[in-house]
Every structure is written in C-alpha cells, then in structure tokens.
Design a protein around this ligand. Structure first.
Ligand code: G6P
Ligand code: ZN
Length: 545
C-alpha cells in the first residue's frame, strides 16, 4: 500500500458553522480545499486505526467526487473499514442510525442540508461521533485550528470505487463496503411506530397523503417506507428521485420553498388530508393538513403531548428539549406532565449530550427539526411517521388535533422573519448596537409593552458543563411574549438575520387571528429596538415562516 503525501497550505475560513463546514461548490472544488479539511478532521481524531467510518451524503453536486477523495484519505488515515451508502447516498438521520447500529467510530456526512445545490450551489461536510451525533464545539474548534496550520494531506493511491454495486472492495488495507442506504434506517423506524395502524390509515378510502421529497435525499427512503412497507399508493411520494441540483429548487421545507405542497394541500380537488416534506439531507420536516400548516414549534409540543400513542415512547418521556428561539409551546406540555424541559442554543449538536445522558427523549427546533433518542440527528421521516401514528390513533384531522391542543394549552403564536444575504458588516453593526442596548432595556415600556429581561443567551451544558456564549439576543416581555434575534450559522452568502417572534394567547376566541396580525406589535417593537431597516436598508423580510 502506498501512502502519498501532498504538501498543502491553509485556506482561510475553514471554520465549521451551526452544522459543519458549508461553502459554495466553487470554493470546495479548489485543489486541496476538501482535502485540507478532511485531513484536519482525521488529524484531530484519536484511535481510528482499524475502526469503521460511515460515509455518505445527500447526493448533491460534488458528492460523488468528494466521496472518492475521502475514501482514499480514510485509507491513509488508518481506518479499517468504510461503510458507504450505495450511490454515495445516506440521509443525515440514516447516517446517524448506521453509525449507531454498526458501532462505527464516526461518520462523515456530505451535505449543505437545505441550501441549494448544483455547480453554483452549496456543498458541506460534517463529522459525527460514535454516538451518531454531530461533533461538539470542542472538536470542531480543534479541526478549525488544525486547518489553519496544516502543511500536508495523505491518501492511498487507488482507482475510483464503483458505488453503484453493493458489496466489498479494498483500498490498500481498508475495506470499502457499499451498503443499502435505506435498510438499517427503515428497520429502526419500523421498530418505533405502529406500522399496522398506519397502514390501515393509509388504506382508508377518505385518507390521502402526499410526501414531497423536493428532489432531495428522502425520495428513496420515503418510497421504501410509505409506499413499499406501509402500502401507500404509488405516487404518494412526489419529486422522489434525488437530483444533484435538486431540480434547481431550494430544498427547504417551509411555506415559501415548498409552496407546491402547500398549494396542493389547499386544493379541494386533490382531496389531500396529510402532507409532508423534507429537506436536502432528510433531517427537517414540514407537516401540513388540508389547507393548514403546522408550525414546527407546535409540532414539537403536539408530538410530546401525544407520546402515549407511540409504541416506542408510551412508557414515558424522560424529558424534552428545544432550542432557545423555538416557541415555549412544548414547555407547557412538559410542565403538565411534570417532566423537565431543556432550553439549548440553536443546533442539534446541543441535544446530543442530553439524549446520551437519558435526560431528554424528544427534541425539536423552530427550524423544522424534530427527533428523539432513536438517533442523534433530527429526523424528517421520523416526524412524518410520528404524525401518521397520531392521526391513525386519534382519527381526527391535522387541524382538529392542533386546535384541540391550543384549546387545552393555549396558543404560542409564532413566526420567524429572515433577512437573507445581508451585507455582513451591516448585520454585525446591527447586532453590536443591539447588544449595546441590552443592559438598559429591562424595565422599559416599548409600544405599550414592558420589558422583563433582555440578554444575549448563554448556555451551560448540564451534562458536561461546556459553556456557549452569544447564542442569540432575546427580549422577554412581561406578558410572556418574546422577540429573539440571531445571525444564521448555516448561510454561505453574506449574513442572514433571523427575527423570532412569539406571543402567548390563552383565549380560544383569539386562536384564529392571522399570525402576522397577532404578532404586529412585537414586529414593531423589534424594529424599534434593533433598527433592522435603518441599518440594513431592508424594508421587509425575504422569508416569513
Ligand atoms: C441546522 C442545524 C439545526 C439548526 C439550524 C439553524 O439545520 O442542524 O440544528 O437549528 O441549522 O440554522 P441557522 O441558519 O438558523 O443557524
Ligand atoms: Zn438538513
């Protein structure tokens, strides 16, 4: 076996964000760019000799090229075996499931999640640990440090591996095993839910479902689970073939980018009762009823409230966790059940230690992610099956279930406003000014609302004590409403400012007031405190979800 060593020089900016390193394909395809980052990961690891690595991605442009490069480098790094998804495909939750089931040392997932793909689009890479979850900040910081001092990378010379055929081949001393990307994952999901009951629901004459895979990775998974194992009619899964450029679309399941699904669900002629979509790498979800969109924060609360209907969770929940900007709807359910509710910074990696320690069973985020302790990533199809299981057991529509939930717990009216592609300097200036105001806000009355507390969220992990600062500016009002500001950690162009708005409405007579109308006073307060328009020149958000 001949290991080649190539001299290299650091690239600036190889700093992983909320979820791994994401850059334009143009940036990633520069000679040595991917290699430097992968070598920095391998140099940061300890003890991988002879161990198993899981490798796969969401099928986006450059996935295939990157996989061949990483395979040769993994051989030089001493891995004994790499499990790679057939065709280079592994959704993020499936990668997590395989890492856990096969007791792998870790995994590399190639994805920029919900960001557009294609030659002009984005690419991304992240490392997951043996628990199946994203590496923590200590690890990603160490990788970044390494990228800034790297002088060489190593690979084993070998031909490209044929990823289309299942089975084993070798690169030097390392075995490459091409695995079915769906099997382990589908089996795991089948063990959690009542498949018989769901199959009966899908066979009911009046029930019709649509799953929009957005030309991204979940197509093969959804077809296997919904159409083959559960017997939904062929065609239930739409846009189900993964394309390298996601058909030119933006594979983010929100009302703007999944407008086709939302429109179909509002079309009485189609008679659809349940709709769902997932993102580029299969970890996000959107749930839609007939002409009714479920907000992700409400979804987490409703999944929690209905745990007893799901075989895997019926014995009880240890606790729940949500990210700070996610609405407090789930807090009310947790309080009702007398279980702990953890508030973490944005990013699934923060849930990992809670799940590992058995402190939380279900987790979720406003950014369309929900999941449980079955893997260590959020899981789009898991959420879809969980909802189907609830629908099958309760025999009510999506809207009836949500409205009944609000009736019982009150409604946490919620919205997120995104200002995308803002000039970074302007966004920074806005946050600097906003942070400067924080010490004086408490006690002030703005637009008739009194500020109870204002801070920059920080978090101490209750398990390992790790501290994370500057995780988002929050303004908490006396009536329980909240306004939160964050800079996105997943974009690749300029800065994206996120404004999260939440107001608690107990009175059922007010539950049907349109969301933006109900939140109008908070929107005005946010503008007056943060001066978004004055600083950035933007008069309205690009995406409202
Ligand atoms: C990724 C992470 C999520 C996180 C989201 C936030 O999807 O996996 O856990 O909520 O990014 O993205 P943002 O763009 O708001 O930093
Ligand atoms: Zn994703």
């Amino acid at each position: 076996m001949s290991v080649k060593t190539v001299a290299t020089r650091p690239f600036a900016g190889q700093k992983p964000g909320t979820s791994g390193l994401r850059k334009k394909v143009k940036v990633f395809s520069q000679p040595g760019y991917l290699e430097n980052f992968v070598q920095s990961i391998f140099d940061t690891l300890n003890g991988q000799q002879g161990q198993t690595l899981v490798l796969g991605g969401d099928g986006r442009y450059f996935n295939d090229v990157a996989i061949q490069i990483i395979l040769r480098m993994a051989a030089a790094a001493g891995f004994g075996r790499v499990l790679v998804g057939q065709g280079g495909i592994l959704s993020t939750p499936a990668a997590s499931a395989v890492i856990r089931k096969r007791a792998a040392f870790g995994g590399i997932i190639l994805s920029a999640s919900h960001n557009p793909g294609g030659v002009e689009g984005d690419f991304g890479i992240k490392y997951n640990l043996a628990n199946g979850g994203p590496a923590n900040e200590t690890f990603t910081d160490a990788v970044y440090q390494r990228t800034q001092g790297i002088t060489e990378y190593r690979y084993v010379e070998a031909d490209d591996i044929d990823l289309s055929r299942l089975g084993e081949t070798r690169i030097g001393a390392m075995t490459v095993e091409v695995i079915d990307p769906v099997a382990d994952y589908a089996e795991l999901l089948e063990s959690l839910f009542d498949f018989e009951r769901i199959a009966a629901l899908l066979a009911r004459p009046g029930f019709r479902m649509r799953f929009d895979a957005m030309h991204a990775v979940t197509g093969p998974y959804a077809k296997a689970l919904l159409e083959r194992r559960l017997g939904a009619p062929a065609g239930t899964v739409v846009n189900g073939t993964p394309l390298a450029d996601f058909g030119g679309g933006h594979p983010d399941p929100n009302p703007v980018y999944a407008a086709d699904l939302v429109n179909a669900m509002a079309d009485p002629g189609l008679g659809l009762s349940f709709g769902a979509a997932s993102d580029g790498d299969g970890d996000r979800n959107m749930i839609v009823g007939s002409n009714f969109i479920v907000s992700p924060s409400d979804s987490l609360a409703i999944l929690t409230a209905n745990y007893s209907l799901i075989p895997a969770y019926a014995k009880g929940l240890a606790g729940v966790a949500r990210s700070m900007p996610t609405s407090c709807a789930v807090d009310r359910v947790a309080a009702d059940f007398g279980i702990p509710c953890f508030e973490t910074p944005t990013g699934w990696k923060f849930f990992g230690s809670l799940l590992d320690a058995g402190k939380a069973t279900l987790c979720g985020e406003e950014s369309s992610g929900t999941g449980s302790n079955h893997v260590r990533e959020k899981d789009g199809l898991w959420a879809v099956l969980y909802w189907l299981n609830i629908l099958a057991a309760r025999n009510e529509s999506v809207e009836q279930i949500v409205r009944a939930h609000w009736q019982k717990y009150g409604r946490n009216v919620y919205s997120r406003h995104d200002y995308e592609g803002v000039e970074s300097a302007k966004a920074e200036a806005m946050f600097t000014a906003l942070r400067g105001k924080l010490p004086t806000l408490a006690g002030q009355t703005i637009g008739g609302m009194r500020v109870r507390m204002a801070d920059d969220f920080s978090y101490t992990d209750p398990v390992d004590g790790a501290r994370s600062e500057h995780q988002g500016v929050r303004i908490l009002l006396e009536d329980g409403s909240r306004v939160v500001f964050r800079l996105s950690g997943t974009g690749t162009e300029g800065a994206t400012i996120r404004l999260y708005l939440e107001r608690y409405v107990a009175d059922p007579a007010q539950h049907s007031v349109p969301t933006q109308q109900a939140l109008a006073p908070l929107i005005a307060l946010a503008e007056s405190v943060a001066q978004i328009t004055a600083t950035t020149g933007r008069t309205k958000p690009d995406v409202i979800s």
